[in-house]
Write a protein that binds this ligand. Structure first.
Ligand code: CO
Length: 134
C-alpha cells in the first residue's frame, strides 16, 4: 500500500532561523515561506535529490503544531508522509485493520494540493503518519 516517502516534516519555532540553517549551514535549496492559514502553518520546502523536508512554523491560534512545540520548544520531527495510489482504499484498509484515522476520516487537500489523511501516532509507534495520494 505504501509508496515512496513524500516528505518528512519538522516543527520549528522560528522558520526564518531554520531556513537560514538549512540554506547556509547545511547547504540545501530552501523555498520561500508559504503561509497556509487553512492548515495553521507556514511552510518552507527543503528540496533534496531524493525528496523533501518541510519546515513547519505555527500560524494562528489553532495551529496543529502549537502543542507539539509547547512540549518540544526546540522543534523536532513532526510527521512522515508516505505516498499511496488510492487514499480511500488505503483508509478503508486501515480502518478494517483497526488503525485510527484522524479527523472525520475524509481526506483533506494538503499543502501540495493533493488529498491527505493523518493516522494516529499511538497506532504507529509514536510517529504521526500522513498519507498523500499521488
Ligand atoms: Co506533511
Amino acid at each position: 500500500m505504501l509508496g515512496r516517502i513524500n516528505h518528512v516534516a519538522l516543527a520549528v519555532p522560528d522558520i526564518a532561523a531554520a531556513s537560514r540553517a538549512y540554506r547556509e549551514t547545511l547547504g540545501a535549496t530552501v523555498s520561500a515561506p508559504q503561509a497556509l492559514p487553512e492548515h495553521g502553518v507556514t511552510v518552507v520546502f527543503v528540496e533534496l535529490p531524493n525528496g523533501k523536508v518541510e519546515l513547519l512554523e505555527p500560524l494562528g491560534e489553532a495551529s496543529p503544531i502549537a502543542a507539539f512545540l509547547a512540549k518540544s520548544p526546540d522543534g523536532g520531527m513532526h510527521h512522515i508522509c508516505y505516498e499511496v495510489a488510492d487514499i480511500l482504499a488505503a483508509r478503508d484498509h486501515l480502518l478494517t485493520a483497526g488503525a485510527r484515522v484522524l479527523g472525520n476520516g475524509e481526506p483533506k487537500i494538503g499543502a501540495h494540493g493533493k488529498p491527505v489523511l493523518f493516522l494516529h501516532p499511538k497506532d504507529f509507534f509514536g510517529t504521526l503518519i500522513e498519507l498523500e495520494q499521488v
